[in-house]
Design a protein around this ligand. Structure first.
Ligand code: FAD
Length: 457
């Protein structure tokens, strides 16, 4: 396995203990987990990368069950989110699916849309149109169906926030799979969203879950399991090249000498994966190089409760783009998660930066914090200095999945299977940023790699 993020760890877990298989995992950094990063902050263990996973997909939940930590998982204490539009925070209406409304009454009462925007969105189910075939940019479809305002105030802040990029350039298949599936059946997004909410299991259980103590605990549990199963984990081991040895095996060139492997799972961000693969599979290399990436800055702030005059009775808010604000989202971490709630303290996780907006990356930490504090003052009335601040930079962390991404990745994987049999891809570069998708891709890549190395009898 190359890469010790969640995808590489899940791949190693999949093969750990497999009879006759020796698993080696090489991670460039000194710690495992990649974008999962939990640090002690203001008296709690706070996630400075992902802080939860989608529970309505099975992969992360299954992994937690296998690691024996499923019973510890917790759901958010508060789930309702708001959107910052103009000068007001407006609560999303209940029942939205990735921002697409399912009911007119709650949408009207939420006042997220102007009367004209509401009237435009209301006629959507009656509009003619064709069902989706193939893929399309989510923003284009939403704007055509629901109007520009519903796109700008509902769907783009949510889905664009999750992916750190404008939905006008993001694949519907990758970034909104349930909406894409519904749009294939019928052109109406509102009816499609209603089908999603009415679908099997949609109302059961929480949408998100996390590990109290941070997702770093999931990484620790995985590391312990790998250790117990005899997996050799090498940290501080950047892999610089992958060389076919001529006999069907590969030389994986790490800092402490090459590993000879019958199969290799490449679980790296796209630019690093491309550097390893392009010399042998130029088409796949070019596909990976062409994926644009967005940088995000996450700032954690701890305030005395008295500094925050309004009740933070929700999970936080996202910010509609195009208003000049640096902030893209603000999670009210101590309201959202009961295990982060401490008397007299408010914890906020504020994000800035998305594709096409590099302002946060260009500013130094002090300038980012100063600007975000001003915006927190505007949005929430926060006053005075925070008691503690931590800035986490995530350069190039979010792949921007252009429409047609899944088809391009399928072609890249076919080329790899032909030219480098036994070498497979895993991770966020494949089919989405979410932890369940990354875990699923890691496990599937490990199985494919093993089957190529040891064809089933
Ligand atoms: C701020 C932030 C918030 C997020 N929030 C959420 C959320 O709430 N929920 C959610 O589901 N997802 C969230 N995500 C997305 C999710 O964290 C990522 O998509 C996922 O963790 C990616 O996992 P990965 O294994 O594909 O890649 P990574 O985590 O990037 O792991 C790749 C690993 O490869 C290593 N590496 C690089 N080059 C080499 C080399 N040459 N040799 C060896 N190793 C190398 C890197 O050091 C890294 O450890 C968030 C991401 C960020 C940054």
């Amino acid at each position: 396995m190359v890469g010790g993020g969640i995808a590489g760890l899940a791949a190693a877990h999949e093969l750990a203990g497999e009879p006759g298989v020796r698993v080696v995992l090489c991670e460039a950094g000194e710690r495992l987990g990649g974008k999962i990063r939990t640090e002690a902050f203001a008296g709690v263990d706070l996630d400075l990368g992902p802080d939860a996973f989608l529970a309505r997909r099975p992969e992360a939940l299954t992994l937690c069950r296998e690691l024996g930590i499923e019973d510890e998982l917790v759901a958010p204490a508060a789930t309702s989110a708001s959107v910052w539009v103009g000068r007001r925070l407006r609560r999303f209406p209940p029942g939205v699916v990735l921002g697409v409304p399912t009911r007119l009454g709650p949408l009207a009462r939420s006042r997220v849309l102007s009367p004209a925007g509401l009237a435009r969105a209301a006629v959507e189910p009656l509009l003619p149109g064709r069902a989706l075939s193939g893929d399309a940019a989510l923003g284009t479809v939403v704007r055509r169906r629901l109007g520009a305002e519903a796109h700008r105030r509902l769907v783009d802040p949510l889905v664009g926030g999750i992916n750190a990029g404008p939905t006008d350039r993001l694949s519907m298949e990758v970034c909104a799979p349930p909406l894409a599936a519904a749009a294939r059946r019928s052109p109406s997004l509102v009816r499609g969203a209603r089908e999603v909410t009415a679908g099997a299991g949609a109302g059961d259980g929480p949408l998100f879950l996390t590990v109290p103590g941070g997702l770093g605990r999931l990484v620790e549990a995985l590391a312990r399991r790998l250790d117990g199963a005899g997996v050799e984990v090498r940290t501080g081991e950047p892999v610089r090249a992958l060389q076919p040895a001529g006999d069907g095996s590969y030389l994986v060139a790490g800092a402490s000498g090459p590993v000879v492997a019958d199969a290799v799972v490449v679980a790296l961000p796209a630019p690093a994966a491309s550097r390893l693969l392009a010399p042998h599979a130029p088409g796949a290399g070019a596909t990976l190089t062409a994926i644009e990436h967005a940088s995000v800055t996450l700032v954690a702030l701890a305030y005395p409760s008295a500094a925050v005059p309004r009740a933070l009775d929700g999970s936080g808010f996202v910010v509609a783009a195009g208003q000049g604000r640096l902030m893209t989202a603000c999670s009210w971490a101590s309201s959202k998660w009961a295990h982060l709630d401490r008397p007299g303290q408010v914890l906020l996780r504020v994000s800035a930066g998305r594709a096409g907006d590099e302002r946060a990356s260009a500013l130094d930490d002090d300038a980012v914090v100063a600007r975000l504090r001003l915006e927190l003052g505007e949005a929430l009335g926060v006053t005075g200095p925070p008691a503690e601040v931590r800035v986490a930079r995530w350069p190039g962390a979010f792949p921007q999945y252009a429409p047609g991404h899944l088809a391009r990745m399928a072609t890249a994987e076919e080329e790899l299977a032909r030219r480098l049999p036994g070498v497979t891809l895993a991770g966020a570069l494949l089919a989405g940023v979410g932890l369940p998708a990354c875990i699923g891709s890691g496990r599937a890549a490990a199985r494919r790699a093993l089957e190529a190395a040891v064809p089933p009898a």
